[in-house]
Ligand binder design. Structure first.
Ligand SMILES: [Mn+2]
Length: 323
């Protein structure tokens, strides 16, 4: 078996590289992709980051304001970052599923679709993994690369708050900060700022919260009717954090009907004994033990009923039935 350091060195030796991110892009997939892209550029090579979906406002500082990312050349090498499954590339890049040369990922559920994959599920983020790989391979990088990597790490750790944070995560952040950029505006952009429209939608979601198992299972729903006239720049990452803010929540669920009869679900576990990726897997989804997701193609109410049946089954198995 080829060592990860060798795979990484081989990957960096390529030119004309297309870097694929996952659909519904977050700071980890984008930050890691732009960091890698920058490393290629520093070596005088051509690389471009592509994404099937619009870039959320919060991350446009990484893309120099670009809203869509497309490549204008035909690549000699294709790398995916933070993409657990080729299905997550999104419609515009699904044609590349069999052509991906390298995958860099931290999801234990990575399906191994790339010809060569570097997975480290102990890494908080793909950004932390890419930092480790650069360090192992002794590849120098610059401040802009560090900004991208820091964005990836802080994004996937919820500003260093989540259970995936390890002492090493903080060490990586500390080493990145040595490059001399300001972290405060990045974290403020990612975690504090939102449009007024966004806050009002969150208020709607909060007013619709339902609690079960007193109140260990918390569900926040966003029906399509509330989104029909909404602006294009709404961000939904923050919605998944609403349920777990409620005291006593063990399983936090947010459900967004993004199109009529199509519901995107995010599941968060506050207790190590509850593996929400197993619940998501029942419905064809996946992710991490403490954070995962799935999609239902049916009306919101029906999706909620099917999901909650499964959630209660898991919860009651661990906590011994109705409390
Ligand atoms: Mn990630």
């Amino acid at each position: 078996m080829q060592k990860r350091r060798e795979i990484f060195r081989e990957l960096l030796s390529k030119d004309n590289v297309m870097i694929l991110t996952h659909k519904s892009p977050d700071g980890d997939t984008l930050g890691t992709a732009f960091a890698l892209c920058r490393v290629y550029a520093l070596q005088g090579k051509k690389a471009a980051v592509v994404c099937s979906d619009r870039i959320p406002v919060s991350y446009r500082f990484l893309t120099e304001g670009k809203i869509m990312l497309e490549a204008d050349f035909s690549p000699d090498c294709i790398v995916s970052v933070d993409v657990a499954d080729a299905k997550l590339l999104g419609d515009s890049f699904s044609g590349y599923a069999d052509r991906i040369d390298y995958g860099i990922d931290h999801h234990p559920s990575n399906t191994g679709y790339a010809k060569k994959t570097i997975v480290d599920s102990a890494a908080s983020s793909a950004g932390e993994l890419l930092f480790d790989l650069l360090k192992e391979a002794e590849i120098p990088f610059d401040r802009q690369t560090a900004v991208c990597l820091y964005t990836a790490v802080t994004s996937d750790t919820g500003c260093f708050k989540f259970a995936n944070v390890t002492p090493h995560t903080h060490q990586v952040a500390a080493e990145l900060l040595q490059y001399g950029f300001e972290a405060e505006p990045i974290n403020r952009r990612l975690f504090d700022i939102s449009s007024l429209e966004q806050l009002k939608i969150e208020a709607d979601v909060i007013s619709r919260i339902e609690s079960y198992r007193n109140p260990a299972v918390t569900v926040a729903t966003l029906p399509f009717s509330l989104l029909e006239n909404a602006g294009e720049d709404l961000e939904f990452g923050a919605l998944s954090s609403i349920p777990r803010r409620i005291e006593g929540t063990v399983i936090g669920i947010s459900m967004r009907e993004y199109e009529k009869d199509a519901v995107k679900v995010s599941l968060r576990s506050m207790d190590d004994r509850i593996d929400v990726s197993a619940i998501a897997a029942v419905f064809g989804g996946g992710g991490h033990k403490r954070a995962s997701g799935c999609v239902f193609l049916c009306p919101l109410e029906e999706a909620k009923k099917r999901l909650l049946d499964e959630v209660f089954r898991h919860y009651d198995r661990v906590f011994g039935g109705r409390e």
